[in-house]
Ligand binder design. Structure first.
Ligand code: NAD
Length: 344
């Protein structure tokens, strides 16, 4: 662990093997300075065990940053299961994961992530109380997407205010990539605010439903980067801000809910040089983890969630303002602020 480039002062990493179910999992705890480490469980068919290890290190560090910027009493952690989420899942596999989580005595809280469903985590929850994002139970918070989308909408307005001098979206042209859970709710907010939408997705059914509801124009997935618009809002995939797409973007703002939008941190520098205002993804999309944190606290309170989301938008504004006054890329400023918040 200490020799890995992805090692960033992680407190511990737990490698789990369960002979009966074949579970091979890694639970990485980056930081518990602010509170118990929280972050979802990803199931992925990694090429090698080393890839799984590095992903767990990288993702858990990212959760420390996200939780800190959302001002939550939570540290950063992540678990990964090495396996094929389509063919290798069994209830017992997740029960074994639950026992591993329980053995950490609350140092790590899990939830769903890529490849893992609410139902899978419900099996884990049979063995541990340190699971959130459930659909039943005393403080169940359910689908976090509406809260994420609300935070992205307010964050996008905060970025618009800085880029255009007004946060009025009436008549603003916004290109939206991905109209799934987050993107779908987001398009509703944007259309209600009078924005003109161009949307794309690989799911034709979802696209048509959102187009019908919002009057959006539809373009092919790869054409979204070439749309001349005020704002580009990525809500589907990671690494979509890369050398190829950056040379094509014709917008003034990038603000969307997708995780890990920058292929590499220096893409943030390039956006800055191109005069594009980028709302750092792990700040603007923190609504989802705020919703989960409300569940972890043991008593889901919508007013607390709303207040935290409002606070998140102010934090995003601070990041954008500091980046402007210091002439630096917004992602660099956000990383620096996050590191300060977890420095203990
Ligand atoms: P989702 O699966 O519901 O939606 C993603 C959408 O992207 C789908 O409709 C999918 O068809 C579409 N898509 C896939 N490939 C595409 C492509 N090449 N071009 C265009 N569209 C494509 O997922 P979601 O929950 O809405 O999450 C969207 C993003 O937001 C992800 O990056 C996720 O990690 C991030 N995020 C989600 C939440 C949340 O609360 N759900 C919170 C924080 C971050």
């Amino acid at each position: 662990m200490f020799d890995k480039t992805a090692f960033a002062g992680h407190e511990s990493v737990h490698h789990v093997f369960d002979a009966k179910t074949g579970l091979r999992a890694i639970i990485a705890i980056h930081s518990t300075v602010r509170g118990p480490a929280a972050g979802g469980c990803r199931m992925w068919n990694y090429a090698t065990a080393d890839d799984a290890f590095v992903d767990a290190l990288r993702l858990s560090e990212g959760m420390s940053y996200k939780n800190a910027m959302a001002d939550l009493p939570l540290g950063g952690g992540k678990s990964v299961i090495w396996g094929n989420s389509k063919t290798d899942k069994t209830p017992d596999l997740f029960r074994a994961l639950g026992r591993a989580i329980e053995s950490l005595n609350g140092a790590y809280w899990s939830a769903e992530d890529v490849g893992v469903s609410v139902q899978d985590m419900a099996f884990a929850a049979e063995e541990t109380k340190y699971v959130s994002g459930l659909s039943t139970g005393r403080a169940a918070s359910g689908d976090p997407s509406p809260v994420t989308a609300k935070g992205v909408f307010l964050g996008l307005k905060a970025a618009a205010l800085r880029a255009f001098g007004t946060d009025d979206l009436n008549g603003r042209h916004i290109a939206v990539q991905g109209v799934g859970h987050v993107g779908g709710f987001l398009c509703g907010h944007l259309a209600n605010a009078g924005a003109k939408l161009t949307i794309t997705d690989v799911n034709a059914e979802a696209l048509e439903a959102v187009a019908r509801a919002t009057g959006a124009r539809i373009v092919a997935p790869n054409a979204i980067y070439d749309v001349e618009a005020d704002i580009f809002s990525p809500n589907a995939l990671g690494a979509i801000l890369n050398p190829d797409t950056l040379s094509r973007l014709r917008v003034k703002v990038v603000a969307g809910g997708a995780n890990n939008q920058l292929a590499t941190p220096d893409m943030g520098d390039r956006l800055h040089e191109q005069g594009v205002l980028y709302a750092p993804d792990y700040v603007i999309n923190g609504g989802g983890i705020i919703n989960v944190a409300a569940e972890i606290s043991g008593a889901y309170d919508p007013a607390w969630v709303e207040a935290k989301v409002q606070r998140l938008v102010l934090t995003l504004g601070d990041v954008l303002d500091r980046a402007k006054s210091e002439g630096r890329a917004t992602n660099r400023v956000a990383d620096e602020m996050a590191r300060k918040r977890i420095s203990g």
